[in-house]
Write a protein that binds this ligand. Structure first.
Ligand code: AMP
Length: 595
């Protein structure tokens, strides 16, 4: 393995790197640094955050620029303000023994006038977000004519964030003979196009395989009813008392909702999303960075640039649509030789997405069971006991009280003492999980898992029925037509068939009332039915009836052609039977203590 001394960097840089505790170059550094020092062509590097890429481009930049020349010689572009600041700070650390080297970050969201001042004397290196840089160029505060080195960091993110035009503008502003280094976690076609258009004979390197998840990340998924995601999340967190992770949500609203519920339930969590002011975002990120927060609930966009390298877990509260986003999310754990876990909470229809992801990132996803109450209690108990065993006893502080306490508890045996101490922490906890339901959806047999998708249209009746049997949970839907419109079971089925155009959907327990028709579908098909009706403009609307369903199997599947008569009144849903699947059913079992 090559050493930093062998890389041929200036003495001052080597000293700074040693002072930072870097013993050995990381693989990307071992490849990029010698290349930058000895060759003259461009570089395209497929590398995720956490691989050491900042030093991979930063150290050669510092070596190659002329510290005595007061001109912008290197420009680093990054997608977010946070990443700009982080890169600039890293570079300042590497340049700590090069006093005449100035590094200035410029980014949106902060007063441009303040940034003017830092640019009065041109720094040798600028780290910028594209939009703000263009602004500064237009105002004549930045001149890129002397740029010898251009770094595009997280190029895919810059495109995702809509910086494509800005990027091309900047690429046209910098001198043609500069060297460009492009770093990207993924390589979408657009990046390849930009590299082809603006870069020359670029050497390509990849740290890890294309689109691969980090090596030491374990990918697991839990399958629950969509409505029970939140309960599942809490159990996952409770099962991992030392969790330090990001919970990724799809939308701002979902981010707010999940974070609010977690906070109400006493978890050490907060939200990070685009509706927060810059100051609020900074405050949350800081709290998380210094581990004053255990859980950060965030959207992908808001979490960009957040520099945390040692997450224990990344939780996909919802799977992203884009596999590359998944790669990005999961790349936030398992960094720098640490192991990490990327958790996905899915519902049964999303199994196919899991298989797609497996193919994309060439990793196996393991399905795990949502722990039950007893398992969680056990884990928490032993965690508590471990903490007790390892607690630092401050003898001098407590010795004045100890004799009294010992005398007071003298009548208790060791066993009694322990059971009281355990109960103190655990009564509430046990109580909370006492009647906790099983959140797991019935599992499909593992041997079928990889061989074929959940259901194939052409499957015969028997196979469909057996997969239905496995599905278990049913949902009752209501459609806004009834006896007054002269519908009967046959015409209702006709409407459902025509609208969904999916014969594999099983319908049961049809009940026609004067204004509405009720029917059951399996939970994993309910969304398909609802979506089909809402996409169809025939004036029908389908809504879910909140009610407790018993576990009786369907009496009739469409494939079987027999239907149940309207149910007896005792069998009907009543308004009081509110389905208890929302997070409200599991109340906070304790007030968590903030660290
Ligand atoms: P990056 O991918 O640039 O975000 O780097 C990830 C983390 O690795 C940062 O915390 C760096 O400080 C750290 N790092 C970079 N190079 C090395 C190295 N050679 N040895 C140890 N840590 C490093």
């Amino acid at each position: 393995m090559i050493t930093f001394q062998e890389l041929g960097l200036r003495e001052e840089i080597q000293t700074a790197v040693t002072a930072l505790g870097y013993d050995q170059p990381m693989p990307i550094q071992a490849e990029v640094i010698p290349f930058m020092l000895s060759e003259t062509t461009d570089l395209v590097a497929l590398a995720q955050t956490g691989t050491g890429k900042t030093a991979a481009f930063g150290l050669p930049l510092l070596h190659l620029i002329n510290p005595q020349k007061r001109q912008i010689q290197a420009l680093v572009l990054a997608p977010t303000r946070e990443l700009c600041i982080q890169i600039a700070n890293d570079l300042k650390g590497y340049a700590s023994r090069l006093p005449s080297v100035k590094i200035v970050p410029v980014y949106g969201g902060e007063s441009i006038v303040l940034q003017f001042r830092q640019l009065d004397v041109p720094p040798q290196i600028i780290v910028a977000t594209p939009g703000r840089l263009i602004d500064l160029i237009h105002r004549g505060k930045v001149n890129l004519d002397a740029v010898d080195y251009l770094v595009l960091d997280e190029a895919d993110e810059m495109l995702n964030m809509g910086f494509q035009d800005d990027l091309e503008t900047i690429l046209q502003e910098v001198p043609d003979n500069r060297r460009t280094m492009l770093f990207s976690a993924t390589m979408p076609a657009e990046i390849t196009r930009i590299a082809g258009k603006y870069m020359h004979n670029a050497k390509e390197i990849a740290v890890g395989t294309r689109n691969a998840g980090a090596e030491n990340v374990r990918h697991i998924f839990y399958m629950v009813q969509a409505k029970q995601r939140y309960l599942a999340l809490k159990r996952i967190v409770d099962m991992n008392p030392d969790i330090y992770g990001i919970v990724f949500c799809r939308t701002r609203q979902e981010t707010k909702d999940v974070a609010d519920k977690l906070m109400q339930d006493g978890y050490n969590a907060d939200a990070l999303h685009g509706d927060l002011s810059q100051a609020q975002r900074d405050a949350v990120m800081n709290k998380f960075r210094i581990r004053n927060l255990q859980l950060l609930v965030a959207t992908d966009v808001a979490a960009r640039g957040l520099d945390v390298s040692d997450l224990t877990h990344v939780i996909n509260y919802n799977l992203p649509d884009d596999s590359e986003v998944y790669t990005h999310r999961s790349g936030r754990t398992g960094r720098v030789n640490k192991s990490g876990i990327s958790v996905s909470i899915i519902h049964s229809k999303e199994q196919r997405r899991i298989r797609e992801l497996e193919r994309m990132i060439k990793k196996t996803f393991f399905q795990e069971r949502i722990p039950n109450g007893l398992e969680i209690c056990k884990r928490q108990l032993f965690h508590f006991i471990d903490k007790m065993e390892n607690v630092q006893v401050n003898v001098s502080e407590i010795e004045q009280f100890l004799p009294h306490v010992v005398a007071k508890l003298d009548y208790l045996s060791k066993e009694e003492l322990i059971s009281r101490f355990v109960s103190l922490e655990f009564n509430r906890f046990l109580d909370y999980y006492k009647d906790a339901e099983d959140l797991n959806l019935p599992e499909r047999p593992e041997r079928n898992r990889r061989e074929k998708p959940e259901r194939v249209r052409s499957e015969g009746r028997r196979e469909v029925s057996s997969s239905n049997a496995r599905r278990g949970q049913r949902v009752r839907l209501k459609i806004n037509i009834g006896a007054r419109q002269n519908v009967n079971i046959r015409s209702v089925l006709g409407i459902i068939n025509d609208t969904t155009n999916d014969r594999t959907i099983s319908i049961g327990d049809i009940e026609i009332t004067p204004k509405f028709t009720f029917f059951d579908v399996y939970a994993d098909q309910a969304d398909i039915v609802r979506a089909a009706f809402s996409a169809n403009n025939r004036g029908f609307s389908v809504t879910e009836v909140e009610g407790v369903r018993n576990s009786r199997p369907f009496r009739a599947d469409r494939e079987q052609g027999s239907y149940r008569k309207p149910r007896s009144s005792a069998d009907k849903y009543s308004r009081s039977e509110v389905r208890e699947t929302s997070y409200k059913t599991e109340k906070p079992w304790r007030q968590r203590r903030y660290k």
